[in-house]
Design a protein around this ligand. Sequence first.
Ligand code: PLP
Length: 396
Amino acid sequence: MAKLSQRGVNIPASPIRRLVPYADEAKARGIHVHRLNIGQPDIPTPKRMLDAYRGYDEEVLAYGPSQGLPQMRQAVADDYVRRGLPIEPRHVTTCFGGSEAITFALAAVADPGDEVLVPEPFYANYAGFAAQLGIDVRPVTASADDGFHLPSDATLDAAVGPRTKAVVYCSPGNPTGTVYRSEEVARIGRLAERHDLFVISDEVYRDFAYDGVSVTSALTLDCAEERVIVIDSVSKKYSACGARVGFAITKVEPVLDAIMRMSFSRLCPATVDQLAAVAAYATPASYFDEVRAEYTRRRNVLVDGLNAIDGVSSYRPEGAFYTVATFDVDDIDHFATWLLTDFSHDGQTVMMAPATGFYATPGLGRSQARIAYVLGVPALESCLSVLRAAVAVYRP
Ligand SMILES: Cc1ncc(COP(=O)(O)O)c(C=O)c1O
C-alpha cells in the first residue's frame, strides 16, 4: 500500500467522540447512557427555521454565491449592527459551519510550520484543523483555580515565538464555559499588537452568557481592522448543529480577500441550509432569554450537584453549556471509560469527555472531564446520582 502523509498520520482523534463505541456497547447491554460528552443542545430549533426547510420548493437546487447568499450575509451583518458592531454584508463569508470558518481563518494567516497560540484547555478540534494545515498549536495553560481565565501577560508573551502568527481563543469558552471580561479581550488585542499577530476569536457561544455577564467581541478592539477574524455559527445559536452554516467575519481586507478565494474553490455553502438560517435570524430576542434561563437552571443544578459529591469540584462557568469538573482520580480516561464499560446505577450511566484531549501539553487534564449540560434538569439529576455512586465505588 502507498504511504500516508504525515498529516494523515498526525490528525488527532476527537476526544469528544472517542468513547462512543463503549457507549454503544453499554446501550446494547440495556443501559441508558446520558450523553454529556458532546455540545449537541437539546433545545428545540426555532420553528421558523424548520418551516423554511419544509417550505423549500424550487425546481432546481442550484449553486449559490461562494461567499454565501446575499440575504444570509445581510442577516448576519444586521445582527452585528444590532449589537453595536458596524459590520457590512461584505465582511461576512458564509462557511460550512464555524468549523470551515476556522480552517479558512487559520489557512489565511499561517503557513505550514507556523504556530498559533491557544489558551488551554481549548476546543479540541482546533488541534485537528491546525494539523490538517501543518500548523502547530502552542498552548498557554489556564487554571481551573481561577475558572480558566486568561493567563498573565508575562505567560502569554513568553509563549510567543518567531513563527507565531495568531492567537486563537474562544469566549464563552468550550470546554471551560469561561467568559473573558472586556479587559481580557483588550489584553489579547495588546498582545497581538506587541507581537504583530492576528486574532482569531471564536464567538460561536456569544448568545450564552449568564448572571448578567456580557460577552465582548474581538470586533470591538482598536486593531479589529488590521488583525481580527471572528468565527460565528448557527449551530449553537439556534440549536441547529446539523445545518452546517457558520461565518468568518473580518474587516481585514487582505484576509477577507484570501478567504474569498478559498471559498471560490469549494464553490458554495449549502443553499437550503442558508435559507433556513436566514429565517432563523428573524427569531425574536425573547427566544434567547428563555434559552439562557434554561441553561442557567441546568448549570446551577449541575455545578451545585458536582460540588456536593465528595471528590468532585467545579467552578461556576458563566457561559456556553459546559464545565470542566475536577475528579479525585489520576486517570480520567480510565474513569470515563470505566463508567461505560463496568458501571451502571439504576440501569443508567454517564458519558463525559476526558479533558486530556482539550490540552496540547501532554499529561495535563488527567483529573478533569468536560461535562456538557445539554440535557434537562431531571436527566442532569439522574447523572449526578450516577456520578455520586460511581465515585464512591471506583477503584482504578
Ligand atoms: C468552540 C467551537 N467552535 C466551533 C465549533 C464548530 O461549530 P460548527 O458546528 O459551526 O462547525 C464548535 C462546535 O462544537 C465549538 O464548540
